[in-house]
Every structure is written in structure tokens, then in C-alpha cells.
Design a protein around this ligand. Structure first.
Ligand SMILES: [Zn+2]
Length: 355
């Protein structure tokens, strides 16, 4: 795992926060400012724009306030992870433990449900499904998402011990190549997935990591983008739209990822998912943290107005406001029980998984 972690650090580098690699940021969140009011290039046609003026009109949302800067604390997180990884045992008693809290008993079934979730997310992000052209992009996102649901040792992904419904990471990367994903994007996708697996794994076997993030909005945001692989997923969506990213230098991808995670957090709060649990983003001083989270969200969304890929980028960055209410993944989280997979859905999933 140490080898993978060092590769990630070398690949992502520091960005604007010294010592932050691999949690690179190209934009310092706290420096984001609202656009001038006479700016007419707003692209309000794309995604769901809920501006800071309109948020207080919703009882599920409210006002915003700038968070104190905790961005530089990411170096302490990075150091904590360095120390842990340096002495980590090669296996952990909780390896392959299930974290879904939905009464699941088999990892393969969870993989299938994860692929369902990705199909549904994709519907919001891409607006259509071309399972021939984008099959491996969907499998890539699902391959990452399973790390949230099951504690999978990162090394097992690297050496092919872990297979997602029969497919190794190498199969997925070769598949992406066959879909003509640009080689630079492909490398970015691979490194984002390594980083995601490492932080997801550590978050599960080292609870003190979570404690270090609590109550710190901008720090939590930096960390979550990595655990959710929101940037890698954004690049997969852009690739499906024929847009090549700028990889680790891409501030638009960064804003897309932040918007996607935080719009999801806002909707989860409204739905009551995770409410009161230790793993929710705003655990602790909820009202203050929610105001800060909304501040980060509106600044990121404003930033996407006027970029060349705004139709895709804003749609992606605001999608959480809709998908949380419509997707089984979140509704199951409230009920604690799976929704059975229908015959029609099963046929599409089987087609994606292949023989
Ligand atoms: Zn800051």
C-alpha cells in the first residue's frame, strides 16, 4: 500500500496547498468570490441553480456563511496517513467487511447494486445511456463506488485479487482504452481510483482519521472529493461527452467534484440520510456547518458559469439535488432494506457485466 500511496503523491503533487499531495487542490476554496453582479454569462440554463439569495427560501436549505480556513490541516491528515501506512500490517481483521448497513450478505450482490447505482447516477450526469460506447466508464465508476461499501485492501485491487463481478482493475483500464479514453485521462482515472481505495480503506480501519476532519468544512471537502472519487468520475463523464480534461491541473473538474459531493450532502440533509450519524459531513455543530457547506457549494457552482463545458459540468455539479431523492441507494439507506432488482434492470446490468 505504501508504494501505491507514494505513486499517488508523486502523480497528484501539491497544487495550492504546500504538503497536501495527493490531496491536490488547484483552487483555494476560501479565495473563491462571487462573480460581479453585472456578469450576464451565467449559463442558468444548465443544471439547477439555487443561488445564495434563493437558498433561504427553502426550509431544507438556508443562509450561507464563509467557513474558517482549515485547508492547510490537510498536511496533518497526509502526515497521519503516511505514519499509518508506513507501519500498517499487510492484512487487517476487518478486510472485506461490509459497510452498507442494508442487510447485505454477499459482496457480489453489493457489486450488482453498486452498478445499478452507477446506471442511475449516469442517467443524471449524461442524460442517456449508450452501454456499448460507455460500458467501461460505468464499470470504472462502480469499481470505485464498491470501496465505499466494502473494506477492500488496496493492494488486492492492484494485484488483481479483487474482481468486480469478474473484472480486475486491469480489465477496466483496458476497457477504457478500448473506448478511446485519452491516455492522459486514463492515467488520471487510474490514480484517482488508487487514491480512493487507499483513503476509503484507511477511513474504515482508522476511526481517528474521521475525528480529525469533523467540524472543519473546507478540510472535510478536500478529503471527501478523494474518498468519493468525484474528480475521476467527472473525467469519465466528460470523456463520454468527448471532452478531454486537463488532469491534475483541471480546476473545472475540481469544482465539478465539489459541487457533486456537496449537492448530495445538502439533499441527504433534506431527506434525513445519515442524520445524527458520526459519518455525516455536518456532524457536530450542524447549523453552522450546513451554512458553511452551502457557502462552498454556491462559490463552486458560480465558478462553473461561463466555462466551455458548462452544460455537462453544471449538470454534474448540481445533480445531487435531484438524484438523492430518486435513487434507491439513498432511500435504502433510510429504510435499511434493499429494493429488489427488477427483471428489466437485471437484463441491463447483466449486459454491462458481460459473460
Ligand atoms: Zn482555505
Amino acid at each position: 500500500m505504501e508504494f501505491m500511496w507514494n505513486e499517488c503523491k508523486n502523480y497528484f503533487n501539491d497544487g495550492v496547498i504546500p504538503g497536501s499531495a495527493p490531496f491536490r487542490s488547484n483552487v483555494h476554496i476560501c479565495d473563491l468570490t462571487p462573480p460581479p453582479t453585472n456578469n450576464h454569462n451565467h449559463n442558468h440554463d444548465y443544471g439547477i441553480e439555487i443561488s445564495q439569495q434563493l437558498m433561504p427560501l427553502f426550509s431544507t436549505l438556508g443562509g450561507i456563511s464563509p467557513p474558517p480556513c482549515t485547508c492547510h490541516d490537510i498536511t496533518a491528515i497526509r502526515q497521519h496517513i503516511d505514519n499509518y501506512i508506513h507501519t500498517a500490517p499487510s492484512t487487517h481483521p476487518n478486510d472485506y467487511t461490509i459497510f452498507t448497513e442494508k442487510n447485505d450478505t454477499s459482496i457480489d450482490i453489493i457489486c450488482l447494486y453498486t452498478l445499478r447505482d452507477v446506471l442511475q447516477w449516469w442517467t443524471f450526469w449524461a442524460g442517456s445511456l449508450n452501454s456499448t460506447q460507455d460500458r467501461w466508464k460505468l464499470l470504472y465508476i462502480a469499481f470505485g463506488t464498491i470501496a465505499d461499501d466494502v473494506m477492500i485492501p488496496p493492494i488486492d485491487v492492484l494485484n488483481g485479487t479483487f474482481r468486480f463481478l469478474g473484472h480486475t482493475l486491469a480489465d477496466v483500464l483496458a476497457g477504457l482504452q478500448s473506448e478511446h479514453v485519452n491516455p492522459h485521462d486514463l492515467k488520471f482515472l487510474e490514480m484517482c481510483l488508487w487514491r480512493q481505495y487507499i483513503v476509503q480503506y484507511l477511513e474504515k480501519c482508522d476511526p481517528s482519521l474521521r475525528t480529525m476532519l469533523l467540524g472543519k468544512t473546507t478540510l472535510m471537502t478536500q478529503f471527501r472529493i478523494a474518498t468519493a472519487n468525484a474528480a475521476g468520475t467527472a473525467v469519465a463523464v466528460l470523456a463520454a461527452m468527448g471532452t478531454q480534461s486537463r488532469g491534475v491541473l483541471d480546476a473545472v473538474v475540481e469544482m465539478m467534484g465539489t459541487g457533486c459531493c456537496l449537492s448530495m450532502d445538502m439533499a441527504k440533509e433534506a431527506l434525513g440520510v445519515l442524520n445524527g450519524e458520526g459519518t455525516e459531513t455536518v456532524a457536530g455543530e450542524r447549523e453552522r456547518l450546513k451554512r458553511e457547506l452551502r457557502w462552498v457549494y454556491v462559490r463552486c457552482i458560480e465558478r462553473l458559469n461561463g466555462v466551455a463545458c458548462a452544460p455537462v459540468a453544471k449538470r454534474y455539479a448540481t445533480s445531487g439535488l435531484v438524484y438523492v431523492f430518486l435513487m434507491e441507494r439513498y432511500r435504502e439507506r433510510v429504510s435499511g432494506v434493499r429494493v429488489p432488482i427488477s427483471g428489466a434492470l437485471r437484463a441491463v446490468l447483466d449486459g454491462l457485466v458481460g459473460g
